[in-house]
Design a protein around this ligand. Structure first.
Ligand code: HEM
Length: 145
């Protein structure tokens, strides 16, 4: 494979991950607020797959020599801010993720009031999520390096 094709393919997968993630978390928030559990679980699947795609392609881009090299990113305040936002997102996501896994296994546990609280957390995650591309664009252009 030519030396530019793999970085280009991984970059494209990373950006597709961004789009899939936004679709997933926005639809999950909406479906949970309406207590539409089949739609909420479908959206949650998209959200989960996008996260694995983003972290997998992101780590490859940062540390597998596909882009500007590990030293560039480790020396970038924007990169650290980006990973900080991802960690904060994971923290907020922890309870909804565990709850939805339990609700898949035991549908009788599903509760409209709990779903509404998870809808609120999902909206907070949308807010955090849309900040990341701004920090990523700054990182890619060496702002904060
Ligand atoms: C562990 C998680 C992640 C890592 C390690 C990571 C790493 C990277 C790297 C190395 C690049 C290439 C930058 C360059 O061209 O020099 C990049 C680009 C990008 N990342 Fe991530 N990423 C992660 C998660 C995310 C998430 C969650 C989002 C969005 C919500 C995101 C959005 C973007 C965008 C939009 C770009 C393109 C920036 C541009 O070229 O202007 N990344 N990421």
């Amino acid at each position: 494979m030519s030396p530019v094709l793999l970085p280009a393919a991984v970059s494209a997968l990373h950006i597709l991950g961004v789009a899939l993630g936004l679709l997933g978390i926005v639809n999950r928030a909406r479906a949970l607020a309406a207590f539409d559990m089949p739609a909420a679980l479908r959206a949650d699947n998209a959200w989960g797959i996008s996260f694995l795609l983003l972290v997998g392609t992101g780590l490859a881009r940062a540390f597998a020599g596909l882009e500007k090299g590990s030293d560039f990113y480790l020396g970038s305040a924007a990169f650290h801010a980006k990973l900080g936002l991802v960690a904060l997102l994971l923290l907020v996501e922890l309870w909804p993720m565990i709850t939805l896994i339990r609700w898949r296994l035991k549908p009788q546990l599903r509760d409209a009031a709990v779903a509404r609280r998870m809808a609120t957390l999902s909206r907070i995650e949308v807010g955090l999520y849309v900040l990341i591309p701004f920090v990523a664009a700054a990182m890619a252009r060496g702002i904060g390096s």
